[in-house]
Design a protein around this ligand. Structure first.
Ligand SMILES: NC(=O)c1ccc[n+]([C@@H]2O[C@H](COP(=O)([O-])OP(=O)(O)OC[C@H]3O[C@@H](n4cnc5c(N)ncnc54)[C@H](O)[C@@H]3O)[C@@H](O)[C@H]2O)c1
Length: 323
């Protein structure tokens, strides 16, 4: 298939591009490199540097690449930043997303696959979380993603375009070639591994009094290659709607810390900090729907294996991607 991948120079997008190419799809990547890396785009893909909010550029690109499917990873994805600068999130994730959706619609693209997030659920009443749980985001990041999902749903009803919202839980791990390199890193596993590499003095652990077995937050870490596999399955005709993507079980921050210490053989000093406001104690996916309808399940089931793949990548590329 001919695919257009926005955000393909970012973490999840780069691994998905690698997978699409391996499956024989034609891939054009659109990324403004605001936080992504040119070196993260696999050589087999066409690359266009530009913004998803630029209608003229989108029209030209749709004409040239003639995508049958758009996979939309581009976005702003820092919860803390979204609390300080909500406009940035509604502009980039909702408004620019709609510009892209409109261009796809005008170009008669049959399918639109969107990188959504478990942040659309907010603080869930019950865990594991199903797709039918109430969506009550507690930060502009989650709200901006939910508004994009809602726009897609109405647009799908109006036009018949197949729209899929893949709600990732916590992406983690790496392929051999592509991994997680954010210039401003906030994700737990890269922060822990950077501490093991001596690039940070300590790891900041936020919140030790949560109502969980060891007092730290529990999250559902999903391997980035498993996310890529779900996207490949979602390309099939007839697949639409929201899907949770996680392993269906969680690990506490202390469990992730232990896995990182074991895998790296490094003590990884920790500095305990107060809990961050609005950090739910436990976010774990119910993945029954993805299993039944996509025929998908996570191949990487253990946090230790996920950390091993990330550690291999960080050792191979200790400074991440070249500038
Ligand atoms: N990483 C996770 O754990 C996670 C969890 C849930 C959802 N998501 C979502 O998945 C997507 C990918 O996440 P990621 O971790 O790979 O993020 P990332 O920041 O590594 O990648 C995002 C990419 O989008 C590009 N981009 C941003 N705005 C753009 C614009 N207006 N025009 C063109 N390119 C633009 C950036 O340059 C970057 O390459 C995001 O939409 C994010 O919200 C990620």
């Amino acid at each position: 298939m001919r695919t257009l991948v926005t955000g393909g120079a970012g973490y999840v997008g780069s691994v998905c591009v690698e997978r699409l190419l391996a499956e024989g799809h034609a891939v054009t990547v659109l990324d403004d490199l605001s936080v992504g890396h040119r070196a993260a785009v696999a050589p087999g893909a066409q690359f266009c540097e530009g913004n998803i909010g630029d209608p003229a550029l989108l029209d030209a690109l749709m004409t040239k690449a003639r995508p049958e499917v758009v996979l939309h990873f581009a976005g702003s994805a820092l919860v803390g930043e979204s609390m300080e600068d909500p406009f940035k999130y509604f502009q980039n994730n909702t408004s620019n997303g709609i510009t892209l959706l409109k261009a796809a619609e005008a170009a008669k693209v049959g399918k639109f696959i969107f990188s959504s997030t478990c942040a659309v659920y907010g603080e869930p009443e019950t865990v594991p979380i199903t797709e039918t749980a109430p969506c009550q985001p507690v930060n502009p990041y989650g709200a901006s993603k939910l508004m994009m999902e809602q726009t897609m749903e109405w647009q799908a009803q109006a036009t018949g375009m197949e729209c899929v919202a893949l709600r990732y839980f916590n992406a983690a791990g790496a392929s051999k070639q592509f991994g997680e390199h954010h210039r401003h890193e906030t994700h737990i596993i890269p922060c822990l591994l950077q501490t093991a590499l001596g690039q940070r003095e300590t790891f900041s652990l936020f919140g030790t009094n949560h109502p969980t077995s060891d007092g730290t937050c529990i999250r559902d870490y999903i391997h980035v290659s498993d996310l890529a596999a779900a996207h490949a399955l979602a390309l099939r005709p007839g697949i639409s709607g929201p899907f949770n993507l996680g392993r269906g079980h969680g690990d506490s921050v202390r469990e992730v810390l232990t896995a990182c210490r074991e895998v790296t053989g490094h003590a990884i000093p920790v500095e305990e900090q107060p809990a961050r406001p609005g950090d739910p104690p436990e976010l774990v996916a119910d993945v029954t729907k993805a299993s039944a309808e996509l025929g998908w399940q996570a191949a990487h089931t253990e946090i230790r294996t996920i950390v091993e793949t990330a550690w291999l990548w960080h050792q191979r590329f200790p400074q991440g991607y070249p500038a």
